[in-house]
Design a protein around this ligand. Structure first.
Ligand SMILES: Nc1ncnc2c1ncn2[C@@H]1O[C@H](COP(=O)(O)OP(=O)(O)OP(=O)(O)O)[C@@H](O)[C@H]1O
Length: 439
């Protein structure tokens, strides 16, 4: 069995091989056809959805099917100036851009939601500028569309990718398993898919690590009993957790990974892992929010050691993970609502209605099921009652009404507070001086 990562080795090469998300794929293809005819309604699309569901893969498959050359860049790797120089440089060195690929190049900008803070504002402006001036199709990829600037959203067409259903994930696993040439009972694959919660990449990685550890010594079939995901390497789980804390806001995944790890790591160790990696991700003011929460985790740990009350441990690990995740830098932007929506919300006075609308917003905003959203409400209450600055960010991200903010224990006025500031940020971006021709 090869040691190469199966997710790479068996990356789908045709749309049929992409499990689930058929509606999104159809919309994507329709947009590309318009480009081919020279009449795109939008120059760029944004593929939005949770990690590991096939967004990047779909972009590559599309390019392959249309005979377009791909140019990929990671939004967070580059600052505005570098983006401009790199693209301008490539354009001039490649001359006409035709290069035998039907004259088209697909620019894929990954992690388009991962530009944070003032330093990256120029980066967002540069991307918006690239989109506006481009003569080539562009794909932005993001887990959280509200991590993109208003300019980026306004200039792109949204295509939403979702977690494929369990059966679809099983199909993806079967494809890999058959091509790798071993046998597996369907209930084993189902179990892996169930654990992966719709994350196809995670499911294939799990299949590989289980197969590599179990299909030894003459065993040639993978059985359900082999699927003991608790066996997974502790360190691998820690990296997964850090990735969930820092890279995206997929709470269901974060909670799942955290649950998997809880019995393998003490809250002290967890705090140190997060603390020592934080400065690698952020600097300056961006460190303030997450560090405050690590500080609170340390206070709880201190109380545990002086009082011997270990029930406080869980608060410490929640502060170090969920607290840091929610409070890492994030630039949200307002989405305008029609008057009907306002009146609908203002009628929703009862606690029950408030809970329902809140649950829906949390579920949409953090890509989690409504059940999971209900579980998150106590954490949000904790934040809203103790940290106004962070509450403002969350209120904006989820576009909470005054009533909903009040329900979470925050000051209802913060529902409106940041709208002005956020709008100013957008305008700044549009005015930022970035010059770039077609890439
Ligand atoms: N829907 C899918 N069908 C089949 N394989 C998939 C699917 N989604 C992901 N994979 C597998 O997982 C790998 C990673 O997927 P991909 O990079 O497309 O995810 P993504 O949605 O772009 O994630 P991220 O948001 O983290 O960039 C692929 O190479 C492929 O092997």
């Amino acid at each position: 069995m090869s040691k190469e990562k199966w997710v790479e080795k068996y990356r789908p090469e045709s749309f049929e091989e992409i499990s689930g998300n058929s509606k999104a794929v159809k919309k994507f293809v329709k947009w590309a056809k318009k480009w081919r005819e020279g009449t795109p309604s939008k120059k760029a699309v944004r593929l939005v959805g949770p990690p590991g569901v096939g967004k990047t893969t779909a972009a590559y498959v599309l390019a392959g099917e249309f005979g377009w050359e791909v140019m990929e860049m990671n939004a967070s790797d580059e600052r505005a100036k570098d983006i401009v120089e790199r693209l301008a440089g490539t354009a001039s060195s490649s001359g006409t851009l035709s290069m035998g690929t039907g004259g088209r190049r697909l620019l894929v900008i990954d992690e388009a939601d991962n530009l944070h803070g003032n330093a990256d504002r120029g980066g967002k402006a540069a991307i918006t500028k690239i989109i506006k001036g481009s003569s080539q199709p562009i794909v932005l990829i993001a887990n959280d569309e509200y991590g993109m600037s208003g300019g980026m959203r306004r200039n792109t067409m949204k295509i939403e990718f979702k977690h494929p259903r369990q059966g679809e994930v099983v199909k993806a696993l079967q494809r890999v398993q058959r091509r790798e040439g071993f046998k597996a009972y369907k209930n084993a694959l189902r179990e892996i898919a169930r654990n992966a919660d719709g994350d196809v990449r995670g499911a294939i990685n799990d299949l590989q690590s289980i197969a590599e550890s179990k299909l030894v010594g003459g065993q040639d079939v993978l059985r359900k009993d082999d699927v003991d995901l608790g066996d997974r390497n502790r360190e691998e789980n820690i990296w997964k957790l850090l990735n969930s804390v820092f890279r995206n806001d997929d709470f269901s995944k974060l909670l799942r990974v955290k649950r998997d790890l809880d019995s393998d790591i003490t809250p002290d160790d967890l705090l140190h892992w997060v603390d020592s990696n934080l400065p690698k991700k952020y600097d300056g003011e961006d460190l303030v929010g997450p560090t405050r929460y690590l500080g609170r985790a340390a206070v709880y740990l201190g109380r545990v050691s002086t009082s011997g009350n270990y029930s406080l441990w869980s608060y410490a690990s929640e502060m170090s993970t969920l607290g840091v995740c929610v409070n890492k830098p994030f630039q949200s932007a307002p989405q305008y609502r029609g008057p009907e929506m306002f009146s609908m919300l203002s009628k929703a006075r009862s606690v029950r209605n408030k809970q329902n609308s809140l649950t829906r917003k949390i579920s949409d905003g953090y890509f989690v099921s409504e059940d999971m959203a209900v579980e998150m409400i106590p954490y949000l209450k904790l934040i809203f009652s103790s940290d106004e600055e962070q509450a403002v960010r969350i209120a904006h991200r989820l576009r909470l009404s005054e009533d909903e903010v009040g329900y979470l224990g925050g000051d209802p006025e913060i529902a409106d507070k940041e709208i002005k500031e956020v709008r100013e940020i957008d305008e700044d971006e549009d005015e930022a001086q970035v010059s770039l021709g077609d890439f």
